[in-house]
Design a protein around this ligand. Structure first.
Ligand SMILES: Nc1nc2c(c(=O)[nH]1)N[C@H]1C(S)=C(S)[C@@H](COP(=O)(O)O)O[C@H]1N2
Ligand SMILES: [Mo]
Length: 391
């Protein structure tokens, strides 16, 4: 583990948080080695965004509730487990490690049943993966986000060991968390579940994770085992995973068919139609999260997330100026978030609008909000996000 992989000690975290709360300088906080996004150096200050309301507040982690990052406080490449955002729709079940079982059922040659130790005893893989909720947006200043180092086992290996039978179409991932849902006026108990096509499920990077940043998966992040589908929106990463089922029909549950379904206008073979799609891979997106100042030198910092396609550039624009290249943190990996930094030279006093845009090697350019397709749902909010600051 590199020095700058280490989560900051909590006293410094508190210091930074305190500094934000009061607008005071975090003087005395030592700088952390690392390319980018260090904690505030001595004399450095966070420049407040003027688009963040005074009431914007990040709650401490509370049982069963949503938690988001104050993105102005992103100072480390890996997000602390307790800071990493939290979303769960049916609460956070507690699963006992000793009685935990993961079953692989359905259209397989051999049904499988693993204990946690059985999984740990298999070949382990480790990957850096960042993701955001499909509902992340400017509303929470992009706070439904995080980046971590995950350890687990290969999903593909397990599916191959079970042997997927001819005619199978989908793999369904069930969590233990359930809720009574009213469907057509009938109350039925449903588990949280998501599905993948066989092809999507067999990607070698998919894993079943039991460790996060070197610690056993915390219970609110899905203890003891969750799915991790790199490059996809968070909803695919089923927590508290206890059953993987192979079937020959499409899975139609709430989180595939009704929620996390984008409704947008598209040209379908020459006809403008409203279409619906499940939220799947992450769209190409960047956002500015922080502006700092040290001795009159301003820096603009932010993140990029996408489906893993390599990036061509990340650029920043101030007011009506030209797009200028920012530096991408060279330690980024295919599926990690990519932090970027831009030296804002000669910043002039006054109010400024700053915005970032990312381009991948396929030539996809992050669109402005206005260029995005007309949309009637809040999922997949990946347009450029202009911020305002006063110097
Ligand atoms: N079992 C289960 N898994 C789940 C969910 C859930 O409600 N239940 N929510 C999903 C959604 S919508 C998101 S964005 C991610 C959030 O993962 P995190 O809380 O570990 O950040 O978990 C996904 N996995
Ligand atoms: Mo989500």
């Amino acid at each position: 583990m590199n020095q700058d992989d280490k989560p900051e000690d909590s006293s410094r975290r508190e210091l930074i948080k305190g500094a934000l709360g009061t607008g005071a300088l975090a003087a005395g906080a030592a700088s952390v080695p690392g390319f980018i996004f260090p904690a505030l150096a001595q004399g450095e200050r966070l420049v407040p965004f003027t688009d963040v309301p005074d009431t914007f507040n990040v709650r401490p982690v509370r049982p069963n509730s949503t938690h988001w990052l104050d993105t102005r406080e992103i100072t480390t490449y890996f997000t602390d487990n307790e800071d990493f955002y939290l979303v769960q729709h049916y609460g956070q079940p507690e699963i006992d490690n000793d009685s935990y079982r993961l079953r692989v059922t359905g259209m397989v040659d051999k049904e499988l049943d693993f204990s946690l130790q059985d999984l740990k005893d298999r070949d382990n893989i480790e990957q850096q993966v960042g993701f955001e909720c499909g509902g992340n947006s400017p509303r929470l200043f992009q706070g439904l986000i995080g980046n971590a180092r995950w350890r687990g086992v290969s999903l593909k290996d397990i599916l191959e060991e079970a042997g997927i039978q001819d005619g199978a179409k989908e793999i369904v991932f069930f969590g233990t968390d359930t809720q009574v849902e009213t469907i057509r006026e009938r109350e039925v108990e449903k588990a949280f579940a998501r599905s993948l096509s066989i092809d999507d499920a067999m990607r070698p990077e998919n894993m079943l994770a039991f460790e996060m940043n070197g610690e056993p998966l915390p219970h609110y992040h899905g203890k003891p085992v969750r799915a991790l589908i790199p490059g996809w929106y968070g909803v695919a990463n089923v927590k508290w995973l206890t059953q993987i089922h192979v079937q020959d029909t499409r899975y139609m549950g709430r989180f595939m068919g009704r929620d996390y379904v984008t409704l947008k206008k598209e040209n379908i073979g020459g006809v403008e139609r409203w279409v619906e799609n499940s939220v799947t891979t992450m769209n190409l997106k960047s956002s500015i999260v922080r502006v700092t100042e040290l001795g009159g030198q301003y820096k603009i910092q932010g993140f990029v997330l996408n489906d893993g396609t390599p990036l061509e550039s990340i650029e920043v624009k101030v007011d009506d100026g030209p797009w200028e290249r920012a530096q991408i943190n060279p330690r980024s990996t295919k599926y990690s978030w990519k932090l970027f930094s831009y030296d804002w030279n000669n910043a002039t006093p006054g109010q400024h609008t700053i915005v970032s845009r990312v381009t991948d090697i396929e030539g996809n350019v992050q669109a402005t909000q206005e260029e995005l397709p007309e949309k009637a749902s809040n999922w997949e909010n990946y347009g450029q996000f202009p911020r305002t600051v006063t110097i």
